[in-house]
Design a protein around this ligand. Sequence first.
Ligand SMILES: *[C@@H]1O[C@H](CO)[C@@H](O)[C@H](O)[C@H]1NC(C)=O
Ligand SMILES: *[C@@H]1O[C@H](CO)[C@@H](O)[C@H](O)[C@H]1NC(C)=O
Length: 483
Amino acid sequence: MGSKHHAPSKSFSSKFLSFRCSTILTLFMLFTSFFLFLSPLRHIREHIFFAEQSRFNGDLRDAKFPWNKLCFGPTFEKLKLAVFSKTWPVGAAPGGMERHASTLYHALAARGHEVHVFTVPSDRKPHHDLHEDNLHVYFAANDHGSVNISLAFDIFHKVDANGAFDYVHTESVSLPYWRAKLVPNVAVTWHGIWYEIMHSKLFQELLSNPDGKLPGPMIDLKEAMPKLIDEIRFFRSYKQHICISKSAGEDLVNVYQLPPRNVHVILNGVDEAAFMKDPVAGLRFRRKYGVPANVSIVMGVAGRLVRDKGHPLLFEAFSSIANQHPGLFLLVAGSGPWGRRYSQLGPNVKVLGALEPSELSNFYNALDVFVNPTLRPQGLDLTLIEAMHCGKPVLTPNYPSIVGTVVVDEGFGYTFSPNVKSLLEALESVIRDGSDVLQRKGMACKEYALSMFTAIKMASAYERFFLCMKNTIFCQYPLPTDC
Ligand SMILES: *[C@@H]1O[C@H](CO)[C@@H](O)[C@H](O)[C@H]1NC(C)=O
Ligand SMILES: *[C@@H]1O[C@H](CO)[C@@H](O)[C@H](O)[C@H]1NC(C)=O
């Protein structure tokens, strides 16, 4: 009896099932073609999103998003600015921080502002002061080659006596807090805060001691909390705070308890003329360094080859995935202890050593995807931004500073938790996507980088910030002169 009754219901359900399957299939195909057909709309949606931000109307000090998103018009008002910076680039291969300072202050001086920088040469050797049009760089070193703040202030007061500075800017603690307390018109840019550094110490501990077999946490971790408390206390000595990611801005308000109106987000930009998409240069670079023509995906990593830049992580993941995917190739630019280990990984890895700055753009162009496995969530790594300008998608850890500000959309690349398993999964996605999808993502990166991370956007945001600090009329947005 049961079987009699079951038979029709079974065939009904199988019919139903096949009906459902075909419906689902049809719907799926419909949706797929719909999506493929309409996917250009996604771009439009992103533009609407940007447009919404540029329709912001009000006091800039209330903006919760990066000032770079806005479009500031020209100004006739000229500023006299004092800048404290730990170093100033002299000679070849400047680090990220020096490159940033040099890009920003050259750009502000080129816009007609008088910029006086108090600093020391990056090579720690004696140099004459630099005076190029509106940009004046004073070297005030002590015996160890770092900034002698008393000496710097002697010069500062002399220049100030010739016409008062409108505003003072310090890159991190280049102007120490006990000195900043005495300077009412001071803004500090934080390139990394201890709250984020604690985050990275945590990851480094978990990675280097996954099973807790080593006795006790590393010494840094034990010292981290007191350092954070110390930092929260002394940050109040600075009046205005600029940070370089949305998440750092949120930390300064929520954890450091700074007044939201004194916390602003201005993202770093790079010279977009120095980092451009150039497939021909990319191919030439590949040939020059002997990348086989038959590889399917070229990945690249750049920077100092040290532990806290995440090289143990990439090394382990790459050595385990390269066997299964012989078409994968890794270019390693930079020098450091991990260089030798990479070079022993076999024919699918090429270690290039440190590249000349002029070669860096060609390097990015030679890649299908740029990898930055860093274990340091603080700051914004300029290399990610440079690679994006060259039209390359990025593969990088999912830190708040990165997913909130750089890889804000899956269309820009791949993110992972800083452990080998998660990185392997992300690498599998890269391989599954293949070079066509990577190319498409790279174009989206380029478009986003141009809308957010250019030297001009950064300089015009800083210009407007200092104008707003000098005269609150400039805090209004938009002004009739704004675009
Ligand atoms: C710093 O400069 C002052 C002069 O302004 C000088 O007296 C002092 O010895 C210098 N300190 C160091 C450590 O070089
Ligand atoms: C590429 O070509 C070389 C030499 O012909 C060969 O040994 C290698 O296996 C090839 N690699 C791939 C990924 O096909």
